[in-house]
Write a protein that binds this ligand. Structure first.
Ligand code: NAD
Ligand code: ZN
Length: 381
């Protein structure tokens, strides 16, 4: 089969790989029908995630048709069209029982913190992902969800990660009626966080980025205010000026670590080495939120950051919340939002690129070329 093949930072290509096999009675093999590239994949692509091994296949946002199931799988069968949450989870451990599926204890024996994720380095379990014609889906009884017949595939594939992650970002903000919510990052995750914030009672939603076409998109999609951070001086002062000098009630980090070419570089003029990344958005969150406010972090951080203003956070009495999204927990509610016509997540898809051109797909998405917001890979026919 054709599959994405990681060769090192900024080097990915499609190459032929053996098709995955059932390795455990709980496995399914899924033929991929939609597979996205995520901002999280860019952290891998930029070489920012530890233990990302050459030869592995990324991809944790996919839908597909079940081709084969192991002998103990009961909840899905050959021919089912499923969406597969990015978390690989057992459904029964201490954490899964609390619906903390992103923190499953059984599927990633190599880590104490993160659960397992498809195609997300050996730090997250070393499973191959779905940027391929076929993928092995472990614990197939708990993750994969049959796509309701009235949900189209473009909407379904956004339910595997970006939409629930944005939703959870807003949820972790603990938004109260009338709150001002500032979302840093106008990628798919930030876009869905902004949209979701209204459902939770926000009175004002402001999204910050520097990519003009993304700000334009989110302004329409989520009916929010936008700030291009290149056009403001001190971010915290700017937000305070907009909020009677109190600061925002809730700030959301939907950026995470970024390689060189990011906001820190823009602000300081210093070109950062690849491994340095930046936690600019996190700084801005902590400094722009009001005293007693909440910072909700879903942006992913590969490297360790020592420069987070934790003293400020303490002095302001902030609540910091963060996690990998627990995708499956949100599905019933988010499917309802789609069915009620309140959101059409598939609208964030801007590009359909053949799997064999995966190198171009990563380059376009990483460099924000051609107004790219969300690329979907087209499988060979
Ligand atoms: P993306 O790369 O498409 O979007 C990130 C956006 O942030 C870009 O538009 C970029 O221009 C903007 N940006 C960069 N620096 C900024 C700054 N200082 N302030 C404001 N905006 C800034 O990524 P995405 O797919 O939207 O994902 C966003 C983040 O969420 C990533 O870190 C990703 O790894 C993470 N993520 C987390 C989870 C989870 O479960 N916690 C799931 C999916 C994605
Ligand atoms: Zn993702």
């Amino acid at each position: 089969m054709l599959a994405m093949n990681y060769r090192g930072p900024y080097r990915v290509r499609a190459s032929h790989k053996a098709e995955p096999q059932i390795e455990h009675p709980n496995d399914a093999i899924v033929r991929v029908t939609r597979s996205c590239i995520c901002g999280s994949d860019l952290h891998l692509y930029h070489g920012l995630v530890p233990d990302t091994r050459v030869g592995t296949t990324f991809g944790h946002e996919f839908t597909g048709i079940v081709e084969e199931v192991g002998p103990s799988v009961r909840n899905v069968k050959r021919g089912d069209h499923v969406l597969v949450p990015f978390n690989i989870f057992c459904g029964s451990c201490f954490f899964c029982q609390k619906e903390l599926y992103g923190n499953c204890h059984n599927t990633n024996p190599s880590a104490t913190a993160v659960g397992a994720i498809y195609g997300y380095s050996h730090t997250a379990g070393g499973y191959d992902g779905g940027q391929a014609e076929y993928v092995r889906v472990p614990m197939a009884d708990v993750g994969p969800t049959v796509i309701p017949s009235d949900i189209d595939l473009d909407d379904a594939v956004l339910l595997t990660d970006a939409f629930p992650t944005g939703y959870q970002a807003a949820e972790m903000g603990g938004i109260q009626q009338g709150d001002t919510v500032v979302v840093f990052g106008a990628g798919p995750v930030g876009i869905f966080a902004a949209k979701s914030a209204w459902w939770m009672g926000a009175g004002r939603v402001i999204v910050v980025d520097h990519v003009e076409y993304r700000l334009e998109f989110v302004k329409n999609f989520a009916n929010c205010e936008v700030i291009n951070f290149k056009e403001v001086g001190d971010m915290a002062i700017h937000i305070k000026r907009m909020t009677d000098w109190l600061g925002a009630d809730v700030c959301i980090d939907a950026v995470g670590c970024e390689a060189a070419g990011n906001a820190m570089q823009h602000l300081t003029g210093v070109v950062l080495p690849l491994q340095a990344g930046s936690a600019t958005a996190l700084h801005w969150c902590i400094n722009s939120v009001r005293k007693g406010g909440t910072v909700s972090i879903v942006g992913v951080y590969g490297p360790t950051f020592n420069a987070v203003p934790i003293g400020n956070a303490l002095n302001k009495g902030l609540t910091l919340r963060m996690n990998q999204a627990s995708v499956k927990r949100h599905l019933p509610r988010l499917i309802e939002h789609i069915q009620a016509g309140r959101v059409k997540p598939g609208e964030v898809i801007t590009h359909r690129i053949p799997l064999e051109d995966i190198g171009d797909a990563y380059h376009i998405f990483s460099s924000k070329l051609d107004n790219c917001i969300k690329p979907v890979l087209v499988m060979p026919t």
